[in-house]
Design a protein around this ligand. Structure first.
Ligand code: ZN
Length: 150
């Protein structure tokens, strides 16, 4: 609104001076500076839309995660893997350090690749209780209860 008033003053000055031949140059200079001022005003920085940034930057994955993603993320921070999404941990397979097989029931089918380059997998049922041995290679497997988050 201030600009409009300022322009009225400029135009009035121009009208007054344009009638006089000696005022023509002054009027041109005035007009030129007025145009320059207007252009400069337009080029002034416009406040950008910084809705997300105004409250402290872009939210992190932890801040904006919800539902299942949040459950998995929290569990991963505590070293847990509730949906078996990570690579299984390695165990020696001995009696003292059996392969731990998580299960949500009292039994689970286990496939044992007895030796590293075997092409055949030995499948057998692993039941809750003491560690069981693979019928082919004798590696120890133990069922551990596993609870899925809701
Ligand atoms: Zn085996």
């Amino acid at each position: 609104m201030e600009d409009v008033g300022w322009w009225r003053v400029v135009l009035r000055l121009l009208k007054q001076q344009c009638f006089r031949p000696e005022g023509e140059m002054a009027a041109r200079l005035l007009l030129r500076s007025a145009v320059r001022a207007a252009t400069t005003c337009r080029a002034a920085p416009v406040p950008a839309l910084t809705r997300g940034m105004a409250v402290g930057g872009i939210p992190t994955d932890e801040e904006q995660a919800t539902g299942l993603e949040k459950i998995v993320m929290k569990a991963a921070q505590q070293g847990a893997d509730p949906y078996s999404m990570l690579k299984p941990k390695e165990y020696a397979g001995s009696k003292a350090d059996p392969h731990l097989v998580p299960s949500i029931t009292t039994k689970r089918i286990v496939g044992c690749v007895c030796e590293e380059d075997n092409t055949a997998v030995v499948w057998f049922w692993l039941h809750q209780g003491d560690a069981q041995r693979c019928p082919s290679c004798g590696s120890h497997y133990k069922l551990v209860p596993h609870e899925l988050p809701h």
